[in-house]
Structures are given as C-alpha cells and as structure tokens.
Ligand binder design. Sequence first.
Ligand code: G6P
Ligand code: MN
Length: 451
Amino acid sequence: MNENKKFRICIVGGGSRYTPGILKMLVAEKDRFPISTIVLYDNEAERQERVCGYGKVLLREYYPECEIIHTTDPETAFTGIDFAFMQIRAGRLKMRESDEKIALKHGCIGQETCGAGGFAYGMRSVPAVCAIIKDIRKYAPEAWVLNYSNPAAIVAEATKRVFKGDYRIINICDMPVGIMGMYAQALGLPSSRLEPRYFGLNHYGWFTHIYDKETGEDYLPKLKKMFATPMEDDGHTGHEVDASWAETFRFMSKMVRECGDKFMPNTYLQYYLYPKHMVSIENPDYTRANEVMDGHEKRTFEMIEEVIAADKLKGTKYEMTEEDFNDGHATYIVDLAYAISHNTQDIFLCMTENHGIISNFSEGAMVEVPVRVGINGVEALNVGEIPTFQKGLLENQFAYEKLTVDACLEGSYEKAWNALTLNRCVNDTDTAKALLDDYIEANKAYWPELH
Ligand code: G6P
Ligand code: MN
C-alpha cells in the first residue's frame, strides 16, 4: 500500500440515520485511514441531502482535506471508489414496522432479522442489495464492498450465489463487536486486547473463547460467571440504550445460565430459544420500529437540522467529544477496511462460505466465524466440530435461509412457504401460509412476484 494513498469511499444508504455516526467515526480515524472523498449514495435524494448538509459542516470543521458529495446516480457514486460501505434498508422503517406487526398479528415474533419479520425483510433486501452491487461492479470492478445490510445471513447467502467467487464482497455484522465491547467493559480491558473464537450463522451464534491477545488467558469461563447474573445497569454497554435493548442485555443472563453450554450466546438467540417468552413481551401496537422512529431516527434528523441551521458543531452541544474519538465499537468497519488495505491479518468475525471450517456443518453455508483479514480478503480459521444441540439449531436455520433465497431468486411461492414453516419462530404450516399471504400483500412494491 502506498503510504500517501487517500481513499475514495462511498456510503451506500447515505440517507441513513447511522450515516452521521459513520462520518464522525471517519473523522476520528482520519490519520490511520485518510480519505479524499466521501460519496453518499441513496435513492432518497431529499433525506440524503440533509445528511450531506450535516456532513459538510462536520468535515469543514474537523476534516477540511476531505470532501463529501451526494448523488443518486450510480455512475457518479461508484466510479473510482476503493470501498463501498453498504448499509441499506429496503422499505425503510415503515416496512420494518409492517414486518414486525404482521408477525405479531399471527402470534409470532415480530423482529427485524429473526423469524417471519426477517424473512419479509430478506425478500426485500436481496433484490435491492444485488441490484446495487451489480452497479458497483459495473463502475468499480475491484472495489471492496463491505456489506452490513440486514438481514445479513440471508443477504450473504444471496450475494454468495449471485456474485460467485467475488471475494471483494465481505458481509459483516456489528453485534459480535458490540458484545465483545461489553465483555471488555466487564473485564476492565480495551476491546483491542480481546481475540474471539466464535461459530454460527449471522445473529445466531456462540462465542467459544475470548482470549487475551497478550497473555493468552481465556476469559470465557470468567465471563460466563459474570454474565450469569442479571445486570443492574443497561447491560455493561457503557452507552445509554433504548428500553428494548436494555431488556435484551438483561435477558442474556438467562441464556448464559440455561443454554449456553460452555459457550456465550449472541443476544439474538433469545428469539430462537425463548420464542414464547419473546412474543409475550412484545407490544403488537408498538414495536422496535416505532421505538426507533420516535427515538433515534427522530433525534438524529433533529440534530441534523440544528447543525445545518447553526452552520457549526464546534461550540455547540453537537461538537465531537472525547468519546467520539475513542469509540471502538463504531470503528469496526474502518478496522476492516484498514486490515484489507494494510494487509494486517487481524482477526474479525465475518460471514464466509463453509468449506470444512465447521467440519460437521453444511458445505457452502455462509457461516459467521473468525477470519484473518488482509489483501486477499477473508481467510477463515478452523472451527472443527460443533455440538449436536448447536448443530441441530443451525442446520434448521440454514435450511430456512437457503429456501428463502431460493424463493426470492426463483420467485417460488412453495419455497417461501416451506422456508417460513421451517423457521423456528413460526414452525407451523398454516401459520406460515397466513403470514406469507399477508406479507405478499404488504410487500407488492418490493418483493419479486411469487408463483
Ligand atoms: C445490531 C445488529 C444489527 C441491527 C441493529 C438493530 O447492531 O447487529 O444487525 O440492525 O442491532 O438496531 P435497531 O436499533 O435498529 O433496533
Ligand atoms: Mn447485525
């Protein structure tokens, strides 16, 4: 890598409520990962323009050597880029609300990526993500596509098939990073000291070891004890979190006590291991989508308006804080880009094709496992055999994910129905059909037609 190289990056989904945070993170990382141009790309011009307005003020004050532009034109967006950071939400939060509420109407978990809601979202996300990556490949055949669009497991299964062999598309999720941040906080260590071992599918996995990079100590047994009791604060995150997330972090202790085996669970396992309980605590009239629309999204866009009106951040309550400059959690996406461009061979948890990595699991499944990251993309570490309990759960989930992608790419009603029937959060053929028919009606503008 040329020492003086400055990157051109595109944020796909530029109008997202997460973009201001990503921009601040890029400011914080400017010495390590210098950028010449940030391009925001979105299909919602007006919303993105506001985000870009905020970005212009931020960069003028903190990063004047970097320009920011916004566009809805793929050629302008992708020509000459080194990296695409891709985080789109097909149908926005309105359709997330529909996904969640339709599921709850049928007595099933209403969640963004798990269960029936994740299925409905997957059927929207796969065509949208694939269409954008096709455009990226047209204008930037060699760019790295760091994709964290949800539902990531289904999206990864689709990109693997549609862009066969394209190792410059990497699917990654921030949840394991977030959980490791909690571990680090509980242990009183920086996240960078910890090196995970983990296996599963996205939003469906277990930590098997948490090593200290310096001493080699495995903290997992200690963490199991620490997390077996419910947390008193908002779950050791160190951040203020919404009520539903606080509840998720508290619930983790039950999973650690009852079904962690000798592992530590990903928080999302609550939906698969305790579906009855999770349905019982959901409010069918006010779901996570409502909480986000009334909370984080609203606050973010109010902040954007205020910054644009004041034409400054410095000296206002929105100026960058010490925490913004040291937020290990937000940097994972730049850590990944840095590891590629500088060939660091650092370990990340990414989705990659199972070719013997988990020896007793389906070949070709997109598993979430530790990988080394460098100039050739991701190279997986060996996991070996997994226990029967986890294998059973994961094979079931993989079959569901595979059928979902089949249904989407082939336009098959039968496969969609089979997929939903298999999903542990549905598990009933009549319910699956009722759900499917409601989702088809609600998703006319987004889904491929099913025959
Ligand atoms: C975690 C997951 C993401 C998910 C997000 C939902 O970060 O890894 O995949 O999208 O949570 O957060 P939200 O605040 O939208 O419910
Ligand atoms: Mn995720």
